[in-house]
Structure formats: structure tokens, C-alpha cells
Ligand binder design. Structure first.
Ligand code: GLU
Length: 444
């Protein structure tokens, strides 16, 4: 495989799609040796076939706001690869959403889903709709309008969307209601549903919980433990909430959360009712974290990111490229020992390079945050069997899956000097599974 040539080709074909090109480059550059060990991959042009989505749907979403004005948004679904199972991946509603972001997310999802051990392909979708400041009625009308287009392309055995940034239980409910009406079926076509109509216990917590199960194993493999460690978390949504809950339960101390307005530093630790308050804050939809400081008497640092604080562990839980080279330098200077992305592609390539150079434990999103989609896979299984498992069963399976992902990273990521390159391990393990499936199924 000639990576530089393939990247040049992609850059020419998809100019300006920076996030997508970044995600592809990261994977290709880490799997190169494994790829070249298999001449049959090159012969079947696996890399060239893998980097392009199977298909992309783009559609218009017209809807009427509370003032009676007509609004027009764009909707997308990227069906990236279904070699090992139905397309699976969330929907993101955020004004920044564009094709590059959804293609990067869909591409990452292929390998993440392969790592979960469950039969799920990769996909992603969403809209540039901004949920900030929208009424409940507006969110419902938007979701209904979105689904009147999307429903044709998805199905419980074809493509199973879920939540992501801006899409939580409420949005999944509205989307599911419209799908059910149009398709005249009750099925597991979306995951992240409420418990009353097919949702799975532990799904809301799963991304954060799974992330902490993974981090605990990273630390234990390095001969230390998570107990009494200080943790910086970014974001204050569902993922940050689940991570704070599990980290606190494991005996660590979470000292930061953040929003687009800045970050909170709470020296006493963000625990108990302070964690519950994150959900309340999120529900107001103003997308600001500063009210936490007023309520609990903590520090609010406007327009800054939490990475300037001295902590043992940093957990990006907000969005892509939210931790850059400068942030990485500050964390390293302050003695960070572990950085694990619970957001997708949370660190820039320059930041990752620094962590690896300094032999800091670094966990990539596609391994660390796979617990979310894994539990979505468990929701699909429960829906297909028309039963629901108790919380302990789902949690036990989530635990097992995260351990298996960690083991795969060790298998493929251990460097000759003993350093565990989790990024390389996750990319190779995920890639090999998908590549072998593609090879076995012929050129299609
Ligand atoms: N959006 C989540 C992710 O990035 C979950 C996707 C899902 O549950 O399908 O993996």
C-alpha cells in the first residue's frame, strides 16, 4: 500500500474534508505493516475500497418553528461499510455538521464496531440543525421532518441509527415515533430508545462506563490503579456524566467539566448530586456550563479548556480535536499519566504524537468509547429476541466487551520497547476483522 499516493488521491477527490482525511490518514499509517503482511489485501484493493463510503444520502429537512417561520436544514446518512453487519452509528445534530465530519465519524465507526466483537458495520448521520435554545415542540417537528426522509434508507437489519452530540433519548423517541408510523413496524431500528419501547438498561451510562472500564485496565496493565487519581473531564453531556459517575465510583476524583463557554474547576471533586446536576444543566439546552460554578461555589474559567490543570488522567468527552498540541504540552508538563478519548477523535494528530513520544498512556476513541455502540448492539439483540435483560446482565456484557477490546489492543499494539500503542493496536485489530470479511465476500 502506498499511503501517500492514496492520501493524495483522496485529497484531490475530497478537497477540504479535513476531519475525514485526518481519520483516514491515522488508520492507514498505523496499519501499514499489518496490511503489507497480507498481499491478498493489496490485490483486492481493500484499502481503496475501505476509505470510500458505500453510499451517502443527503436530503433537505424543511420544518416550521414556533414563530411560524419555515426553516430549512440539511440531513445526511453516510453508510460506510457493512461487511460485518448492518450499518450502525449515531446521528449528530449540531450546526458544525458537514460531510467531512460525518465521513470521519462513519469511518471511525467501522473499526470501533468491529472491535466490539458484535456484528455491526459502520455508519453515521445527522444534520446541521442547532438544538440550542429550541423548544420541545420545535425539536419534535424537526425530528419528524428528518425521519420522513431518513426512514427509506434504514431498517433493523439494514442500518440502525442512534444518538450522538445533540441527539439523546428525547430525540430518539421522536425519531422512532415517526419511523414506526411510516414503516408500520415496531422494531429495533434505532437504539438509545427509552426503556418503555425497547431501550436497554445501562445504554445512557454505557459510553462513560465503558470508557472507565477501559481506563482502569490501562492503568492496571501499567502497574497502577485508578483509585485516588485526579481526572480532568471535558464536556458536560451524557458521555461526561457517565464517565464522572463511574470514575467517582472507582475512587478517583473528577475536578473539571467544560462547555463551549469555558470550564469548571472544582477542587472538592465533582461527585454525588453535582454529577446529577450535569443532566439538569444539559436539559436547559443553553449549552453553557458556568451555572455550575454559581450553584456549587466552584471556579469557572471562561473561554479556556480544562487541559491546563494538573491532573493524573485526562478524559476528553466533548468533541473531535478538542485537545491539541499545546494542550498536550501542558498536560505532559503537569505530569499527566494517561489520556483516553471518550469523545471521537478527541486529540489532534500532533497531540497524539507527543503523548506517544513521551510514553504517556494514550487510548484512542474507537477503543475507549466503544462501550456506547456496544451497548447499542446489546439493545439490538434484546429487540431481536423481544426480551429485556436486567441491568447487571448488560453491565456484565459491557465489561466483557471492554476487556476484549483492551486485550486486542495489547495483542496488536505492543511495541518492541514494551510501550503499548493503543492506537495502533485498536486500528490493526479493527481493520483485520473488516478486511478479512471483505476479502471473503468478494469484490462487491
Ligand atoms: N454515537 C455513538 C458513537 O460514537 C454511539 C453510536 C451508536 O450507539 O450506534 O459510537
Amino acid at each position: 500500500m502506498n499511503i501517500e499516493k492514496l492520501m493524495q488521491l483522496l485529497e484531490a477527490k475530497h478537497p477540504g474534508e479535513t476531519e475525514y482525511l485526518q481519520a483516514v490518514h491515522e488508520v492507514l499509517s498505523t496499519i501499514e505493516d499489518a496490511y503489507n503482511d497480507h498481499p491478498e489485501f493489496e490485490k483486492a484493493k481493500i484499502a481503496e475500497r475501505l476509505v470510500e463510503p458505500d453510499r451517502i444520502f443527503t436530503f433537505k429537512v424543511p420544518w416550521v418553528d414556533d414563530r411560524g417561520d419555515v426553516q430549512v436544514n440539511l440531513g445526511y446518512r453516510v453508510q460506510f461499510n457493512n461487511a460485518i453487519g448492518p450499518y450502525k452509528g449515531g446521528l449528530r445534530f449540531h450546526p458544525s455538521v458537514n460531510l467531512s465530519i460525518l465521513k470521519f465519524l462513519g469511518f471511525e465507526q467501522i473499526f470501533k464496531n468491529a472491535l466490539t466483537t458484535l456484528p455491526m458495520g459502520g455508519g453515521k448521520g445527522g444534520s446541521d440543525f442547532n438544538p440550542k435554545g429550541k423548544s420541545d415542540g420545535e425539536v419534535m417537528r424537526f425530528c419528524q421532518a428528518f425521519m420522513t426522509e431518513l426512514w427509506r434508507y434504514i431498517g433493523p437489519e439494514t442500518d440502525v441509527p442512534a444518538g450522538d452530540i445533540g441527539v439523546g433519548g428525547r430525540e430518539v423517541g421522536y425519531l422512532y415515533g415517526m419511523y414506526r408510523k411510516l414503516a408500520r413496524e415496531n422494531s429495533g431500528v434505532l437504539t438509545g430508545k427509552n426503556l418503555e419501547f425497547g431501550g436497554s438498561l445501562i445504554r445512557p451510562e454505557a459510553t462513560g462506563f465503558g470508557g472507565l472500564y477501559f481506563v482502569k485496565q490501562m492503568l492496571e496493565t501499567a502497574g497502577t490503579s485508578i483509585k485516588d487519581k485526579t481526572i480532568a473531564i471535558s464536556g458536560f453531556g451524557n458521555v461526561a456524566w457517565g464517565a464522572a459517575l463511574k470514575a467517582t465510583e472507582m475512587g478517583a476524583k473528577v475536578v473539571t467539566i467544560s462547555g463551549p463557554d469555558g470550564y469548571i474547576y472544582d477542587e472538592a471533586g465533582i461527585s454525588g448530586q453535582k454529577i446529577d446536576y450535569m443532566l439538569e444543566l444539559r436539559a436547559t439546552c443553553n449549552d453553557i456550563v458556568s451555572p455550575y460554578a454559581e450553584k456549587f461555589g466552584a471556579n469557572f474559567v471562561p473561554d479556556k479548556r480544562p487541559w491546563e490543570q494538573k491532573v493524573d488522567i485526562a478524559l476528553p468527552c466533548a468533541t473531535q480535536n478538542e485537545l491539541n498540541e499545546e494542550d498536550a504540552q501542558l498536560l505532559i508538563k503537569n505530569g499527566v499519566m494517561c489520556v483516553a478519548e471518550i469523545s471521537n477523535m478527541g486529540c489532534t494528530p500532533e497531540a497524539i504524537e507527543l503523548f506517544i513520544y513521551h510514553k504517556i498512556m494514550y487510548g484512542p476513541g474507537k477503543a475507549v468509547n466503544a462501550g456506547g455502540v456496544a451497548t447499542s448492539g446489546l439493545e439490538m439483540t434484546q429487540n431481536a429476541m423481544h426480551i429485556s435483560w436486567p441491568a447487571q446482565e448488560v453491565d456484565a456484557r459491557l465489561h466483557l466487551i471492554m476487556s476484549e477490546i483492551h486485550a486486542q489492543c495489547l495483542k496488536y499494539g505492543r511495541d518492541s520497547n514494551g510501550y503499548i500503542n493503543y492506537m495502533k493496536g485498536a486500528n490493526i485489530a479493527g481493520f483485520l476483522k473488516v478486511a478479512k470479511a471483505m476479502l471473503a465476500q468478494g469484490v462487491i
